[in-house]
Ligand binder design. Structure first.
Ligand SMILES: *[C@@H]1O[C@H](CO)[C@@H](O)[C@H](O)[C@H]1NC(C)=O
Length: 249
């Protein structure tokens, strides 16, 4: 039995080799913001946890990290409001708005770029690729994070879910980014860290590199990313980028 498995191993490794060859020649890279550029989910978690506890949600018992990952992370505020306050949507929306204010207070004090972010930034710049940030975050949050990370000049455009007819997991925000950048989905790939975001990129028919910043691997895999990386230092990512360089040469 073991011998058979060992014989199959090279086949398995070959088929799971991380590759973005499908999009060569690469023209553009699209980045989600929260959890993809920076590890901001803990700040969202803190803001939700404290504010929900304050109003006695869940009998005053703080929400767990699992609850947060499953029901809140990466989702649009309209959907979060519906989930948290199914019988009072206006209250839910107001709650989410106040939560965003608290998030911005936290983010302006502490925001950590993902490992290797500036290395990928340079790789993208050196190749003259187009780039967009595509996020379900409200515009003031997205712009605060992008500016705190020193990326205001890096992105050609920032697409906001709220400003589209449909936010992620609908493909529209990603399709809008392609349209504004004037690039084809066939020459573009996406970086995402949430199930909802990976689904949006996949629905827009682009390869999605999933980042396991906070969300569990098994749930990200359900959304069908092309492959998963730990952060931008992950050798799997650089193997795929080198392959793209070689195809161009
Ligand atoms: C969009 O890109 C194509 C080439 O892919 C180019 O021919 C066209 O002029 C561009 N359109 C605009 C509005 O920049």
């Amino acid at each position: 039995m073991l011998a058979i498995l060992l014989n199959l191993l090279p086949l398995f490794l070959e088929s799971s080799k991380p590759s973005l060859a499908k999009v060569a020649p690469l023209k553009a890279v699209l980045f989600d913001v929260d959890g993809t550029l920076c590890d901001s989910d803990p700040l969202h978690h803190i803001a939700f946890r404290e504010m929900l506890q304050e109003i006695g949600f869940n009998g005053g018992v703080p929400i767990t990290e699992d609850y947060f990952a499953e029901n809140i992370a990466g989702k649009h505020n309209d959907d979060i409001a519906k989930h948290l306050f199914p019988n009072d949507l206006p209250r839910g929306l107001k709650f989410c708005e106040e939560k965003e204010e608290m998030f911005r207070r936290l983010a302006s004090k502490q925001l950590t770029p993902l490992n290797g972010l500036y290395k990928v930034k340079k790789w993208v710049e050196d190749r003259g690729l187009k780039r967009a940030a595509v996020t379900n975050a409200p515009r003031p949050n997205a712009e605060l994070m992008i500016s705190k990370l020193g990326l205001s000049d890096f992105f050609d455009v920032v697409i906001i879910g709220d400003e589209c007819e449909h936010a992620k997991p609908h493909p529209e925000p990603y399709l809008k980014a392609l349209e504004v950048l004037n690039v084809s989905k066939d020459h573009t790939f996406v970086f995402e860290d949430s199930v909802s975001g990976i689904k949006a990129g996949v629905a827009a028919e682009m390869p999605v590199v999933g980042i396991t910043t906070r969300n569990p691997e098994h749930s990200l895999l359900e959304a069908k990313p092309t492959f998963l990386i730990k952060d931008y230092e992950d050798p799997k990512l650089w193997a795929a980028l080198e392959e793209l360089d070689k195809m161009k040469a």
